[in-house]
Design a protein around this ligand. Structure first.
Ligand SMILES: Nc1ncnc2c1ncn2[C@@H]1O[C@H](COP(=O)(O)OP(=O)(O)OP(=O)(O)O)[C@@H](O)[C@H]1O
Ligand SMILES: [Mg+2]
Length: 322
């Protein structure tokens, strides 16, 4: 059985004055096996965070999941009660946010927060939970973890704070970690370090992870498979090495062409012309059509998801199909 099976997940934001609700994500489907790392990439506004928040039942009104299914170890998450969610979240499923202060309490010592995360979910003595917390801090590469336990979040650098948030997410050895751009605000060296450590930790603990980023280059060495999102839909999904070596969707091709490579130092990057559509003005067919170099008549209908050589694709005219 897959660890996580997301199918047809759709989320809308209701608008005031009876205007038509905005579809932020539409028919998102993917599965995650234990121990696997899945990347979700796409431009700003493509629905990455809404996907994560929908999965974690963290959407605030007027956002609402309007359809689909999310099965975690066979359990339908969309049908969980608040009590069931409190038991799952922070224990079996953990989330790391872009801003570490989303999960840290500014007026509580780092150590006390970690101890609490353990003791909310498990019967442990304070001493046992304390030892577990020191160990978690050490595992995410925090020097002198014993002393850091007494620090308040504001006494730590951004990179250290994010490490604490990651330690807090990992401390109960969750089966699934969802990380929403947790390294974007950090400088590249620290970012690379955290990604490397994250990969080790996932391997060590056997957890599965979803790693969200707007930058395919950032996640390509971390993830096993990747979902490319555009305007709320997954347009291409497959093993990351294959997607990068041979993109099938014209949007994925465009994303890859806009990444800098060492060979093209000094050359101008090729950005995808145009801008992503606003949710209130989504084209009726393929949302990428207005920017697509391969657009043809059929693209005025929305393309269904099809499986092409082990990839899931939403495109009538994929690359390499002439
Ligand atoms: N509370 C809200 N009300 C209305 N629309 C919203 C709300 N939250 C998000 N949206 C819309 O949903 C769409 C998807 O947003 P989302 O935050 O998932 O994008 P993202 O891919 O995470 O982008 P970024 O890379 O900037 O984080 C956007 O068009 C956004 O404007
Ligand atoms: Mg986001």
């Amino acid at each position: 059985m897959a660890l996580l099976e997301v199918s047809g997940l759709s989320t809308s934001f209701a608008l005031a004055n009876g205007r038509k609700a905005l579809k932020a994500i539409d028919d998102v489907s993917f599965t995650l096996e234990p121990g696997e790392i899945l990347g979700i990439v796409g431009e700003s506004g493509s629905g990455k965070s809404v996907t994560a928040f929908s999965l974690m039942n963290l959407l605030d009104p007027p956002g609402r999941v309007t359809g689909g299914s999310v099965r975690f170890k066979g359990q339908e998450l969309l049908a969980c009660s608040p009590r069931q969610w409190r038991a799952l979240r922070g224990d079996r499923i953990a989330m790391v946010f872009q801003d570490p202060m989303m999960s840290l309490n500014p007026v509580m010592r780092v150590g006390d927060q970690l101890v609490e995360t353990v003791r909310v979910h498990h019967r442990r003595s304070r001493a046992q939970a304390h030892a577990q917390a020191v160990d978690a801090l050490a595992r995410v590469g925090i020097p002198a973890p014993q002393e850091r336990m007494r620090a308040y979040p504001h006494e730590l650098s951004g990179g250290m704070r994010q490490r604490v948030a990651i330690a807090n997410a990992l401390i109960n050895r969750p089966d699934l970690i969802i990380a929403d751009e947790p390294t974007t605000a950090l400088d590249v060296t620290i970012q690379a370090q955290i990604l490397y450590e994250m990969k080790q930790l996932v391997r060590e603990t056997g957890a599965a992870a979803i790693w969200i980023s707007h930058d395919l280059a950032v996640v390509k060495d971390l993830v096993d498979r990747v979902c490319v999102m555009y305007a709320g839909r997954v347009v291409e999904q497959g093993p990351v090495a294959e997607v990068i070596a041979r993109p099938l969707h014209p949007y994925t091709r465009g994303l890859l062409d806009s990444l800098p490579t060492p060979e093209m130092r000094g050359a101008t990057l090729r950005a995808i012309p145009g801008a992503a559509p606003a949710l209130a003005a989504l084209p009726p067919g393929c949302a990428f059509a207005p920017r697509c170099p391969r657009v043809r008549g059929a693209c005025s209908e929305p393309p269904a998801a099809t499986v092409v050589r082990g990839r899931t694709l939403r495109c009538f005219y994929p690359l390499e199909s002439a």
